[in-house]
Design a protein. Structure first.
Length: 669
């Protein structure tokens, strides 16, 4: 018998107690009814006495206590953990969240009484009522309505597509919980699909996907493969129960010929193996499953070229996006042949996931915003372009995933940074120092090692800079020299890492536009609020939108579009700065309104802001705007990279000083 989380909790309370505990005391700590506690104690008494010869002693008016004798509590819990690990893995604790198994039961049964919930989860009526609020919110986010009906209990109503997407979300969350298995594989996911769909066997679908990869000469990413496995399984499982889609899923861009071939192959396979006649609506579901699947690589050049050609429009947009990000970062990506295709493949899946309200989650968001703030903001600045082209709002998760492609491109471009070591300590120590530097400094290759008797070879060395462990000039034949005098391992290699980053930046840098064209005026003193009298993010957004609207720069729908954008993901970028924006289609004259708060204002989560730039940007027919926008986003990148300070803005006494400070910093970029 496996212990539930509640039984473990009750057992822990008994082990930690110095005296008897009453059922009421345990119920309060375990958040359940007294009746449930008595039932759980009865179960625990039998298990402990039969399997471990441990007794729970109960006395009227005093309560219960556990008699461990020579065994301590930790030994007992170790034994019980071993016992539990041998049981069925599909226990409540596998979800990592007490609410999720309740949602799962509700989705599976589609109607249930509160009493049935109480019995299934050993929960009090009060706890169930509290949980129902959270359950209703979760379901509402999936467009599923929870209601109570007399004589039936709790019921859900939904569209078939929303039901499938809700089950997909639950399944993904379930599989994110830690596993005792050494590595994830199809067997794990096939097993959880059996659990989700009453024993449905997904092994044939796993074999189908392997056949699809061979036939179409491609490899899906791991996450995409498992998501495809689930989506095809739920489609077949529901279709066999005559639970079919009643609406067609429209994709933008439209389904390609390459994707259509895959859809037809899977449709024919389903007909042959499950005798299903799939409607055009179900075929559109297969098309969606394929579209949101990332292709890791192609194994055939012809298939690769065919696929790229069919998404030429998205490839063109990717190139526009690359040009824009390069303009913000003052980097030239034109020599990188991988970036446009990688970006196009990422956009292909992310756009369709957004269109279908499938949650995109990036596990790298925090690291990217911390370590690559400049790149993240540069990519984030393409938000108006994406919205203008596709009518969709990318959030922070989508932008962080796209940022990865630019980070990789920058690493590729500067991956061959070479240095030569100058050291007179003998071959043994010199080799040790070389290995330590190459191991510690990312992206650096040591091209050669010399002593000072080999000065001619030093001069002609194929390297970007020198690392000297001897007295040597600070610059030698127009190349920098880094001096390290401490020979202890590990070496202090921070200065070397900085030099590698500098050279990588130089290799990709492109000349800045030196034309004398008059810059577009994005800022104006009448669009600045200093220490606004607002107490919330909503109040501040309203105040800034009013400035833009009353000055004739946006129309009346702009404010609502800015609020919709806020709901898609955080616009906080770091360093107490937020960059909200509304839809470009509601912009009349491109401008940026600024709020400077003397006291930090709560923006979202735990993030507080001092400076807010509300962007009303529309690049259509505004050729002179782009260069100014590049400078603005470059300014934000510099601030996040600690290259510039916003103190002058925060300390400004009036709106003229704020605008002057911004323009001054932009000119320093």
């Amino acid at each position: 018998m496996a212990l539930t989380n509640r039984q473990f909790k009750i057992l822990r309370l008994l082990c930690n107690a110095k005296d008897y505990l009453t059922a009421s005391q345990i119920a309060k700590e375990a958040d359940c009814s007294v009746k449930t506690v008595r039932n759980e104690l009865s179960t625990l008494e039998k298990l402990l006495e039969n399997d471990y010869q441990i007794k729970i002693e109960s006395k009227p008016n005093r309560g219960s206590r556990i008699q461990l004798h020579k065994m301590d509590a930790d030994d007992l819990f170790l034994l019980l953990s071993d016992h539990n690990s041998q049981q069925d893995v599909m226990v409540q604790g596998s979800w990592g969240n007490a609410i999720k198994p309740m949602i799962f039961m509700l989705l599976k049964r589609q109607s249930i009484t509160v009493s049935e919930f109480e019995d299934a989860f050993y929960a009090s009526r009060n706890l169930i009522d509290k949980s129902l609020v959270e359950i209703a919110d979760w379901l509402n986010d999936q467009n599923i309505i929870l209601s109570k009906r007399r004589g039936i209990g709790l019921c859900i109503s939904f569209r078939e597509f929303d039901y499938r997407m809700a089950m997909l979300k639950l399944w993904v969350q379930y599989n994110q919980q830690p596993s005792d298995l050494k590595y994830p594989n199809d067997d794990i996911y096939i097993n959880t699909i059996r659990y989700f769909f009453d024993g449905f066997e997904a092994t044939p679908i796993s074999e189908l996907l392997q056949t699809v990869e061979r036939k179409f000469n491609l490899i899906f990413s791991f996450d995409s493969h498992t998501r495809l496995l689930f989506m095809l399984s739920i489609m077949i499982f529901r279709a066999r129960k005559n639970q079919m889609l009643t609406d067609e899923i429209c994709l933008n861009p439209a389904i390609s010929r390459f994707e259509s071939e895959m859809v037809n192959y899977i449709t024919d396979w389903s007909s042959e193996n499950y005798r299903l006649s799939l409607s055009k609506f179900e075929k559109s579901f297969i098309a969606l499953a394929i579209r949101i699947s990332d292709i890791e690589r192609f194994t055939d050049l012809f298939r690769h070229d065919q696929f790229i050609q069919e998404f030429h429009h998205l490839l063109k947009f990717s190139q526009r996006m690359i040009t824009f990000v390069g303009g913000v970062l003052y980097l030239d990506f034109t020599d990188d042949k991988l970036l446009p295709e990688n970006l196009m493949l990422s956009l292909r899946s992310n756009l369709s996931m957004l269109q279908s309200h499938i949650q995109v989650k990036s596990s790298f968001l925090h690291q990217i915003r911390q370590r690559y703030a400049k790149i993240y903001v540069a990519v984030w600045s393409t938000g108006p372009m994406v919205e203008e082209e596709f009518g969709l709002n990318f959030g922070s998760d989508e932008f962080s995933l796209i940022s990865l492609h630019f980070i990789n491109a920058i690493e590729r471009a500067g991956s061959i940074i070479r240095a030569s070591i100058i050291c007179n300590l003998g071959i043994g120590i010199t080799q040790l120092l070389r290995e330590e530097i190459e191991r510690s400094v990312f992206g650096l290759q040591i091209s050669a090692t010399y002593n000072t008797r080999e000065i001619e070879q030093v001069r002609t060395s194929d390297c970007d800079f020198y690392i000297a462990f001897v007295q040597f000039p600070n610059k030698y034949h127009n190349r920098d020299v880094i001096h390290l005098s401490n020979f202890t391992i590990p070496l202090d290699t921070q200065e070397i890492q900085k030099k590698v980053s500098t050279y990588r930046q130089k290799k990709m840098s492109k000349p800045q536009d030196s034309t004398d064209n008059e810059e577009y005026q994005l800022f104006s003193p009448d669009l600045v609020l200093i220490n606004p009298e607002v107490s919330s993010k909503d109040g501040l957004l309203t105040a800034l939108c009013n400035l833009l609207y009353h000055a004739g720069h946006v129309n009346a729908d702009y404010e609502n579009s800015a609020r919709v954008r806020e709901n898609t993901g955080t616009t906080y970028v770091g360093k107490a700065i937020a960059l909200p924006h509304g839809s470009p289609k509601f912009v009349i004259n491109p401008k940026i309104a600024i709020a400077v708060c003397k006291e930090p204002l709560l923006w979202d989560g735990n993030n507080r802001v001092r400076i807010v730039f509300l962007q009303a940007i529309n690049f259509e027919n505004q050729s002179d705007l782009k260069q100014t926008a590049f400078k603005f986003y470059s300014l934000i990148s510099k601030i996040l990279g600690n290259d510039l300070s916003t103190n002058e803005m925060i300390l400004a006494d009036n709106s003229d000083q704020v605008v002057s400070s911004v323009i001054k910093m932009m000119n320093e970029v």
